[in-house]
Design a protein around this ligand. Structure first.
Ligand SMILES: [Zn+2]
Length: 455
């Protein structure tokens, strides 16, 4: 390792610790090692901690937010009885009405805790990949805890404080065309290089790749679709990364198997899937053994299903740290399933057995069968003649397939694709093909292959 590289790493590591200690008002390393201890503890210890946090959160919500106060009146309990009984040891949390996005839009103020003055609320919003953006509030404590969990889990992918990291990101709130001096300084001391995932041109990829050959990042954090584009460029141009990358973290979108396999081949390292959302922070992270461990320190996760271990259903997320605006049983919009297996990696955090992605990418048939959008992605991504595609289920009888094609496109390809769609959704379903020069990214910058408007 060059002297310059080692010095930068030491400087950056010290800066991380100083910054976090300053922000949190306590010695940061101590907090991180306590958190690490809990994440590595036996399952009973973690679940006991989680239950206690859940109980405190629900009591806080009932005491200090108008929305939950009214909601719990529905249980027919007096305030005092209520506070006694609202305890996951006694009450089944599944009796609490799930928190829907439309309720957040309508009742934003009533969901906020009266204990927190307005100036302590930190405004945040989702990009609204499937509709209008969702606005909500978080607080400093939430962000501290969120960051500490991210630091802990990122180390599973081989990254540690101070080590150089390439970030290919595209959320409008995170990456703007113009980077001001503050952001530049931030990236410098954090030892990060950013590449805008929204505008991945060949020349931007080429310049970044050349820089990475010299700069040699330990890890990459990326949107999976941007990572795929980056890896594809490297592969097609027969370039070879000349440094040892410890791991790649993929986040914020579905990690399709073909994204993963290309990136792993090109970079010769593992891709770790990280699952989370702006509303609630990090929900689960993939370990070296390929299992998604649930972040039980910060999250209480439920699956809305008759058997959450075998039948996938809507995921309900309770965020345990955000006291300024409690998210209790929040329907995040993804579908998944739990697993009761113990992971060979040794970590005892429970496992999210399957993450099927957005419920809005789940198609429905006349016979009420659910077909996950990933089915179509698997069928179409490597068809010769198709450069890009997007399948939209408009109604139970009608689909629109948007296609960007190349010179290898033929009428047979068209018949093949329509057949595959009808095989899955029903022979009577009409498929209207629309050709385009480009399929635009969603408002949040994500690439969506499949969208269902049927609910
Ligand atoms: Zn594991």
């Amino acid at each position: 390792m060059s002297i310059r590289r080692s010095t930068k790493k030491i400087f950056s590591k010290a800066a991380w610790h100083a910054y976090n200690t300053h922000r949190k008002g306590f010695f940061y390393s101590t907090q991180l090692s306590k958190t690490t201890e809990l994440f590595n503890a036996p399952l009973e210890t973690i679940l006991k901690f989680q239950r206690e946090r859940l109980k405190q959160l629900i009591q806080h919500a009932v005491r200090t937010t108008p929305y939950y106060r009214d909601l719990f009146k529905g249980f027919g309990l007096k305030q005092n009885d209520l506070l006694q009984k609202i305890n996951p040891d006694f009450i089944d949390i599944s009796q609490i009405l799930p928190l829907e996005k439309r309720v957040i839009r309508k009742q934003l103020k009533n969901l906020c805790s009266e204990l927190f003055p307005t100036y302590q609320r930190i405004e945040n919003a989702t990009g609204g990949s499937t509709g209008t953006p969702l606005q909500f509030y978080q607080d400093r404590h939430y962000w501290n805890q969120r960051n500490i969990s991210v630091y802990y889990f990122d180390r599973w992918a081989g990254w540690d404080f101070g080590e150089p990291q390439l970030i290919i990101w595209g959320a409008p709130a995170d990456v703007n065309g113009d980077v001001n001096w503050k952001q530049k300084l931030n990236r410098y001391w954090r030892n990060q290089h950013w590449l805008n995932g929204f505008h991945l041109t060949d020349s931007a990829i080429h310049t970044t790749f050349a820089k990475m050959q010299r700069w040699q990042p330990t890890a990459i954090l990326a949107y999976p679709s941007s990572l795929y584009q980056f890896a594809k460029f490297i592969s097609e141009n027969k370039l070879t990364p000349q440094w040892e990358l410890k791991g790649i973290i993929s986040s914020a979108e579905m990690l399709h198997p073909h994204y993963r396999s290309l990136a792993e081949t090109v970079f010769g390292t593992k891709v770790y899937n990280r699952y989370g959302g702006r509303e609630v922070g990090l929900i689960a992270m993939e370990c070296a053994e390929g299992r998604m461990h649930i972040n039980c320190r910060d999250i209480f996760l439920e699956v809305d299903s008759a058997d959450p271990y075998t039948k996938p259903g809507d995921l309900f997320v309770t965020q345990l740290n955000n006291y300024t605006m409690p998210f209790i049983r929040y329907r995040i919009g993804d579908i998944g399933r739990l697993s009761d297996e113990r992971c060979p990696c040794g970590n005892q955090l429970p496992i999210l057995g399957e993450l099927l992605g957005r419920s809005t990418a789940t198609f429905r048939t006349k016979t009420r069968t659910l077909i996950h959008g990933g089915y179509f992605t698997q069928q179409f991504y490597n068809i010769v003649g198709v450069t890009q595609f997007q399948l939209i289920q408009e109604t139970l009888q009608e689909c629109v397939l948007k296609l960007v094609v190349n010179e290898q496109w033929t009428a047979e390809t068209s018949n093949y694709i329509v057949q595959k769609i009808q095989d899955a959704l029903g022979a009577e379903v009409s498929v209207q093909i629309e050709f385009a020069d480009e399929i635009p990214l969603s408002k949040s910058g994500k690439r969506e292959f499949t969208i269902s408007k049927v609910t």
